[in-house]
Design a protein around this ligand. Structure first.
Ligand code: SF4
Ligand code: SF4
Ligand code: SF4
Length: 486
């Protein structure tokens, strides 16, 4: 008698799709599977040299799969800076295979910082400091490739300790770039009156590192107690009439329980026009983490909903269609004293921003204008605290709310919440970087998608090259000092 064949068993996951990623050990470009298990989404991949890796990319499969319909056709930039040679992500960029233009460009003006955070994707420290001439030529190239550039963000290191930051901001304004931002830890803004006055005159939006309201959070993420200095800097920004967007790095077991309090704090603070949550990106310097339990976008959304006493519902958060829609979600609120009205309660945003399943936009007289306004708001180029964003909010709202007519007044009532999940070596997905709309400008004229810059090795290459060039220039200058003029 033959024994029955062994019973087949089902896999404990759904195979969702195949993409390309990198090996977390050697950065080789390898195939990657996206799988769904227990309503969570994971990336699973095998490097021939280093074996299998798995990491979570979304803690809510329904949200992840549902976001795909919020995917808008990209806009081709006016020029590309590299050729297609080795394939994505090794040809950045932008190469002609890229699927989106740059909505938001960053210039990292230096690598030095006045803090030494244990969590720092830029791995700030010794390196280079760009000259004003270098920054001017990068801005010129940005204008060439974009025509009408939307947003430039000066970052670092810590850009506020660069002695020529004010001139760099002015150079961006002189080129007609619509919005200039500075990305800062706030230390110099808290301590330096002259610098604060310079910023008040130039009026950039301040992208302000603010990880929570507990000192232990700062000790864990920034390595020192910073709460007082953050509060002082924000109070001084309010006095100076500058707008700030709080930028919170969120790490598991550190501050996931503070996301609601950060939103509530931002809503009440006179300088704050928005909050950006960024699950900690495990590149550069970071504290030990488990790729299977890292924080993802749905963790932050659920946290906000659960921690704000009924102020928000999950549907208030909508994927951003200009980049790949799993990269970012946004919400907008109209704030009038204690009354907070999320924009998605006033109109059916799905009907305007769902590009796959529902292309019939409502048959209303101003539907095309509303769609354009929503596309502007649900974009990486939307900057809270500006008249431009207030104007788009007003257009999208239509008569649904009794809004102040004056945009300068309205901008103080429009509040943005954004959640951005930058990619690391465990989550890197070429599908996302190919449609990335956030680019790091480099002095050789490239614009490298932000997550490729951080994860693939571009950051290290460019930092080494710029640091060596600067070292050589210093040696030449010193040796020339000793020579008599010819
Ligand atoms: S990320 Fe974009 S620019 Fe970079 S290689 Fe891929 S397609 Fe080209
Ligand atoms: S995270 Fe920002 S503030 Fe901290 S060391 Fe890095 S650049 Fe400096
Ligand atoms: S920076 Fe990263 S997360 Fe943001 S749009 Fe680009 S690929 Fe997506």
């Amino acid at each position: 008698m033959t024994s029955p064949p062994p019973a087949k068993r089902d896999a404990d996951f759904i195979f969702h799709e195949l993409t390309r990623s990198i090996c977390p050990d050697c950065k080789a470009v390898i195939d990657a599977q996206i799988i769904i298990r227990n309503n969570k989404v994971y990336m699973r991949k095998r490097c021939p040299a280093h074996g299998w890796f798995e990491g979570i990319i979304s803690s809510d499969a329904e949200m992840y799969v549902g976001s795909v319909r919020f995917n808008k056709p990209g806009t081709i930039p006016l020029d590309f800076s590299t050729e297609v040679k080795n394939g994505c992500p090794l040809d950045c960029g932008l190469c002609p295979e890229h699927k989106q233009h740059i909505c938001l460009a960053l210039i990292e003006v230096n690598t030095a910082c006045n803090l030494n955070c244990p969590v720092c994707f830029a791995n700030a420290g010794i390196g280079y400091s760009l000259t004003l001439a270098q920054v001017e030529s990068m801005l010129d190239r940005f204008v060439e490739i974009e025509g009408d550039p939307e947003v430039i963000q000066f970052s670092g290191g810590e850009p506020t300790i660069h002695p020529q930051l004010p001139e760099m901001i002015q150079a961006a304004k002189d080129r007609g770039i619509r919005q200039v931002m500075i990305n800062t830890n706030g230390v110099r803004l808290a301590r330096d009156d002259r610098f604060l006055a310079q910023m008040a005159a130039l009026d950039p939006v301040v992208y302000f590192q603010f990880d929570g309201l507990r000192e232990e959070t700062y000790l864990a993420i920034r390595g020192e107690p910073l709460l007082d200095i953050k509060m002082l800097a924000l109070a001084r920004l309010a006095d100076a009439g500058l707008s700030a967007v709080l930028v919170a790095a969120i790490e598991r077991n550190v501050n996931t329980d503070e996301v609601g309090a950060i939103v509530e704090f931002g809503l009440r603070h006179p300088a704050v026009r928005g909050v950006v949550f960024q699950p900690v990106t495990h590149v550069g310097r970071h504290i030990p983490f488990d790729p299977m339990t890292r924080v993802t976008i749905p963790d932050v959304i659920h946290g906000i909903v659960d921690q704000t006493a009924g102020r928000f519902v999950l549907e208030d958060f909508v994927p951003v269609p200009c980049c790949f829609p799993t990269c970012q979600v946004n919400s907008y609120l109209f704030v009038d004293g204690d009354t907070v009205t999320p924009l998605p309660r006033l109109l059916d945003i799905d009907r305007y921003l769902d590009y796959i399943t529902n292309r019939a936009i409502p048959q209303l007289p101003n539907a095309a204008d509303v769609q354009q306004a929503l596309e502007g708001l649900w974009s990486a180029s939307a900057v809270a605290g500006t008249e431009h964003t207030a104007g788009q909010f007003e257009c999208a709202c239509g008569p649904g709310l009794d809004l102040p007519q004056d945009l300068n007044h309205l901008k103080d009532h429009v509040f943005q919440i954004a959640i951005k999940d930058f990619l690391d070596a465990y989550t890197f997905n070429v599908k996302q970087v190919m449609k990335c709309c956030v680019g790091i400008l480099t002095p050789d004229g490239r614009a490298i998608p932000f997550c490729a810059y951080n994860s693939v090795g571009y950051r290290e290459q460019i930092r080494e090259q710029l640091t060596m060039e600067q070292g050589r220039q210093k040696i030449t200058a010193i040796s020339n000092q000793g020579k008599a003029p010819a």
